[in-house]
Design a protein around this ligand. Structure first.
Ligand code: NAD
Length: 333
């Protein structure tokens, strides 16, 4: 039986890459029906709501969301929709696999790491207070409950996928209580997985090490803010944001999205790379146990990337999003 999933089209390049990915899913024979909604800044300007009630209701019903990027207006009065969704549906585990592709030339080879970013707390709780005219405080929250579940998920993933090492990234030398708690929970849980190597690194050192020797990293588990920064860094190692997918998993709900944003600088130009969003859709298919379909799409993408004749400009090609889509569909057939 077909599974119904909710789709948010988003802002900027969101609608273009959504159309493209839905066509590829259709061509690959994904057993899916879709409930599609416009959400984000454009929707707010038009209808006064960033996410319409019926879009929330659809996700409430279907429990699975394929979400393209949304522009977050900067300034007062707007809470990031992404943060809102992660909190509302308790999507606590943000999983971001960064893997080199032989077709994409970068100075870094054989990068293959998965970042587990805690998704619901840390500085992203958005609790800021104006203390006086010249002083603002932001609150960083780390709890045992949230830290335990993301760290355990990272070790369980390592066990299930034959991964060798889990690295905890933190700043416990300065943030002794908050990151100190995260690190101490990591060390407790690591004892339960003696077959998996574990170590920890301070965030600033990690940034340098990721550039000097990215191959030492296998699984990284880290609080929210460091996970956000490290995953953009990781995308740079493998050829850019157009190649980094993600899943956001909770106990009852799952959301799949590219790591990149709405890329307003290239919106409407038909040059966006849809790969990260397409691989996010593959993660969704795997989550829904449609593994064969996901594998088929991954194989077609690899073939197009490897041929290298039909690539979008971020990968130094001249193809439009639609030409790249058609090349993938041709490989599927
Ligand atoms: P961005 O990720 O949108 O863009 C950064 C750079 O990468 C830009 O030069 C862009 O053209 C390029 N890029 C990104 N995705 C690409 C793709 N698929 N193909 C080719 N090039 C691509 O980051 P930004 O400019 O800092 O943010 C723009 C907006 O997106 C902001 O409002 C931000 O809040 C929002 N944002 C949303 C999400 C999300 O919805 N998950 C994530 C990050 C940022």
């Amino acid at each position: 039986m077909k599974k119904t999933v909710t789709v948010f089209k988003g802002d900027g390049i969101g609608p273009e890459i959504t159309d493209c990915v839905l066509e590829i899913l259709q061509a690959a024979g994904a057993e899916l029906d879709y409930e599609i909604y416009n959400v984000g800044e454009a929707e707010w300007i038009k209808n006064g709501a960033l996410i319409p009630e019926e879009a929330y209701a659809s996700f409430d019903r279907n429990h699975v969301l394929l979400k393209s990027p949304i522009t977050t207006p900067i300034g007062h009065g707007f809470r990031s929709l992404n943060v809102t969704l992660r909190k509302k549906y308790d999507l606590y585990a943000n999983i971001r696999p960064a893997k080199s592709n032989i077709a994409v030339e970068t100075p870094f080879h054989d990068v293959d790491m998965v970042i587990f970013r805690e998704n619901t707390e840390d500085l992203y709780v958005g609790v800021e207070a104006q203390i006086d005219e010249n002083t603002v405080h932001a609150t960083k929250i780390i709890t045992r409950k949230a830290s335990t579940r993301i760290i355990r998920d990272a070790f369980e993933y390592a066990k299930a996928h034959g991964r060798k090492k889990v690295t905890c990234v933190h700043k416990a030398n300065i943030l002794k209580m908050s990151d100190g708690l995260f690190l101490s929970i990591f060390n407790e849980i690591a004892k339960e997985y003696p077959e998996i190597e574990h170590n920890d690194k301070i965030i600033d050192n990690t940034c340098m090490q990721m550039v000097m020797n990215p191959n030492q990293f296998d699984i990284i588990v880290t609080p929210n803010l460091y996970g956000d920064l490290l995953s953009d860094l990781a995308s740079g190692l493998i050829g850019g944001l157009g190649l980094l997918p993600s899943s956001n998993l909770g106990t009852d709900y799952a959301m799949f999205e590219a790591v990149h944003g709405s890329a307003p600088d290239i919106a409407g130009q038909h040059i966006a790379n849809p790969t990260a969003f397409l691989w996010s859709a593959c993660m969704m298919l795997e989550h829904l146990d449609q593994r064969e379909c996901a594998a088929k799409i991954r194989k077609a993408v690899d073939a197009v990337l490897e041929e290298g004749t039909c690539l979008t400009p971020d990968l130094h090609g001249t193809a439009t999003t639609e030409m790249y889509r058609d090349a993938i569909i041709q490989k599927l057939n």
